[in-house]
Design a protein. Structure first.
Length: 327
């Protein structure tokens, strides 16, 4: 049996809705124990529109010792005012607290994996929370130095050297150390989490035409090639010209692709996997997955959000859990 803890994400977005819809699809007493970190009033309002096909209990915050593995246990973090479709200070605080409590649950061995619903970076900012996203927050809470934002699907796995960086800051953020750490985290995850004994990794260039031998940028010559050539575990290949790499479907020849910045990876990934891609934080001591989409404030509360990516996040978390048990 796997024990999964779900966070509500931003309660003004589609997080609570896709969680309840996911529970309706995956609830199997004896196979999965499910904990849901969510304000009670938000949960009760959500199930009015999305009829639950599962048994549940609601307990107070931090009453972890009475979690019922035969029911979905909703841990109430206290009522919060919902303003559907809009990030607020209170929605940011609730989303943050849910992540913190989820980490406490896995660290205290009450859960095997965390599945996070989407958060709003703007709501985090309004709440005074100085983290740009889940990945950096989870790394801080677990004191992890080498971590990686990794995207998962049947078609491809791909990671990022820089995560939530403005384009003007990307180049200076790519160093020999940051690239080496990303490659190490990716290689270790492919071996430990996905059972690849000798993984093949492709590294994308940063500049147009991968720098064209230094005429359109020097990062490939000064940073990427030296790190690729000196990488100790398994020699990655690259740096590849990004547009030609994806245009020629070369990603099919590799176990994973490492990109330099957010949109370089997310655009091709979402073109292939818009409704079923999964975000995974590699390198953490615990398992965390999430849907590969945002809060979708524009459709919050309408009951039309798709839970498919969240369901896939569950399946990937369980796959990683069982792979880790084997290793």
């Amino acid at each position: 049996m796997t024990r999964l803890v779900f966070t509500c994400g931003d309660v003004n977005g589609i997080g609570p809705e896709i969680c309840v819809k996911t529970f309706n699809r995956i609830y199997k007493p004896g196979k999965r124990a499910i904990i849901f970190l969510c304000p009670q009033n938000v949960f009760l309002q959500t199930i009015k529109q999305n009829e639950p096909r599962f048994e549940y209990q609601i307990i107070s915050s931090h009453s972890f010792e009475i979690i019922d593995t035969q029911k979905i246990t909703v841990i109430d973090s206290g009522n919060v005012k919902q303003t559907l479709g809009k990030p607020t200070k209170s929605s940011g605080k609730v989303a943050f607290d849910a992540v913190v409590d989820a980490v406490k649950l896995v660290q205290s061995n009450f859960a095997d994996a965390i599945i996070t619903a989407p958060i709003s970076k703007q709501a985090f900012k309004l709440a005074g929370i100085k983290f740009p996203g889940h990945t950096e927050l989870l790394a801080k809470l677990s004191k992890t130095k080498k971590y990686l934002m990794l995207f998962l699907s049947k078609q491809m796995k791909c990671g990022l050297v820089t995560i939530h960086k403005p384009i003007r800051e990307v180049s200076k953020s790519i160093t020999k150390v940051s690239l080496s750490n990303a490659l190490s985290a990716l290689h270790n995850s492919l071996v430990k989490d996905f059972g690849k004994s000798n993984p093949k990794v492709a590294v994308l260039g940063l500049n147009p035409h991968a720098g064209e031998e230094g005429t359109i940028g020097k990062e490939e010559i000064d940073i990427l090639k030296p790190v690729i050539n000196s990488f100790k575990e398994v020699k990655p290949e690259g740096p590849f010209v990004p547009d030609a790499f994806f245009g020629n479907n070369l990603y099919k020849n590799y176990d994973a692709v490492l990109g330099m910045y957010h949109d370089q990876i997310l655009i091709p990934f979402k073109m292939l996997n818009f409704n079923n891609g999964v975000n995974y934080t590699a390198g953490l001591p615990f398992i965390r997955t999430s849907p590969d989409h945002g809060t979708a404030f524009d459709i919050a509360g309408k009951g039309i959000a798709s839970e498919e990516s969240m369901v896939q996040a569950v399946y990937w978390a369980e796959k990683i859990f069982y792979n880790r048990k084997k290793s």
